[in-house]
Design a binder for this molecule. Structure first.
Ligand code: GLA
Length: 377
């Protein structure tokens, strides 16, 4: 009897300790295919029952991210493809790292220290997201991985040669993805051997509904941003800094993306919806501070955004001219993903009043952004 009781106690305590101590995360590396004879990897990060992610060193692309809804169902919350070839041929920048300069530069031309530089024009007359073969279309080298129970990190590096896409200087770009059971943290670093410009970001399209069941119009967005940058018809900032108050761009209180996205407003017409840069309150910070959140009431999934950057490009997937066949047989259509790209202002090299994007030898460019996932009732 005594023996039976002690066995029962042991079983109960084991059950209790199992409940308390969830298993740690794992990182598995496998081949994702080849690019120009170079093997490319797919990294799978799993926190059982919690965040699960996949990253490839081709373009530093986050190919998959799954988090639970309020009932605990793990589902995809980012758009992506199943195979490497679709990423190579794709033009939507799904999940990719963007460099050397994200967003647009007017006519692809800028001046630095009295010299004029001409970058690839790959978006009508303008330079977009680093050019024809930007950081999203190159193979990054894996330089570190760390697995530490609830903190798993992967560091990728890319050496961009002097003159690539027209940019001056050899630039070493480094990105560290840190995954925890409920968050993704991204640190960007860069150094150069000649004066140059740099502005790195991440082009993940979020859709918190789960497995892209619907477009993003029923998501609630909140941004600590009292102003935004109006653009011209080619989406280049005019230089004006406009208050969001009384415009469709006011997200200072949580608001459905769909509420004002089709308003008869010149800026909305130019972007075909939201494709604008919001100026985040607080400017540039040393450590990431909260700047906003995205919430999907249907699933209960919420994502809080933290960054050191002074601005955020909100792009509501207006150019997703679907239907696009995505991963796991998902089908993406117009406005099925929302990009929340932390960054310095677009076209800054041509706007002396915008925060500087110049990087000089001996200096280090750094930027950090964290996306934290939770559920709300
Ligand atoms: C960025 C731009 C958009 C669009 C996408 C790519 O987010 O702001 O205008 O070009 O990239 O489709």
């Amino acid at each position: 009897m005594k023996k039976q009781l002690s066995l029962l106690l042991l079983a109960v305590s084991l059950l209790f300790s199992c409940n308390q101590e969830k298993p740690g995360g794992t990182l598995v590396t496998e081949s994702f295919g080849e690019v120009n004879g170079q093997e490319v990897q797919l990294y799978t990060i799993t926190f059982p029952g919690q965040l699960t992610a996949q990253v490839t060193n081709y373009g530093g692309i986050i190919t998959s991210l799954q988090v639970p809804d309020r009932a605990g169902n793990l589902e995809h919350v980012v758009l992506g493809y199943d195979d490497l070839n679709s990423y190579q041929e794709g033009s939507y920048y799904f999940g990719a790292l963007i460099g050397r300069f994200c967003n647009r530069i007017d006519q692809g031309i800028f001046e630095l220290d009295g010299t004029s530089y001409e970058l690839t024009a790959n978006d009508g007359p303008n330079h977009l997201n680093g050019g024809r073969e930007g950081f999203d279309k190159v193979v990054w080298e894996e330089v570190d991985q760390q697995i530490n129970r609830d903190v798993i990190s992967l560091t990728l590096q890319y050496l961009s040669p002097d003159g690539e896409e027209g940019y001056p200087g050899s630039l070493t770009g480094r990105v560290t993805y840190v995954f925890t059971p409920n968050a993704l943290d991204i640190t960007y670093q860069a150094t150069t051997d000649k004066p140059t410009i740099v502005n790195l970001t991440q082009h993940t399209y979020f859709n918190l509904s789960g497995n892209a069941k619907e477009d993003v119009l029923e998501h609630e967005l909140q941004l600590d941003a009292t102003a935004f940058l109006p653009v011209d018809s080619t989406l280049i900032p005019t230089g004006e800094i406009r208050l969001v108050q009384t415009t469709p761009f006011d997200f200072t209180q949580p608001k459905l993306i769909g509420q004002d996205i089709d308003q008869d407003d010149q800026q909305i017409l130019y972007g075909m919806g939201y494709d604008h840069c919001w100026i985040l309150d607080g400017g540039i910070t040393n450590t990431p501070r909260p700047v906003g959140s995205l919430f999907h009431p249907g699933s209960g999934r919420k994502m809080d955004i933290f960054t050191t950057e002074p601005a955020l490009q909100v792009y509501s997937g207006n150019f997703l001219d679907g239907p696009i066949r995505g991963k796991d047989d998902q089908v993406y259509d117009t406005r099925y993903g929302l990009c929340l790209e932390t960054q310095h202002y677009p076209d800054s090299p041509n706007q002396p009043d915008f925060p500087s994007v110049v990087l000089r030898p001996g200096e280090e460019y750094t930027s950090q952004t964290t996306y934290v996932f939770s559920v709300e009732e």
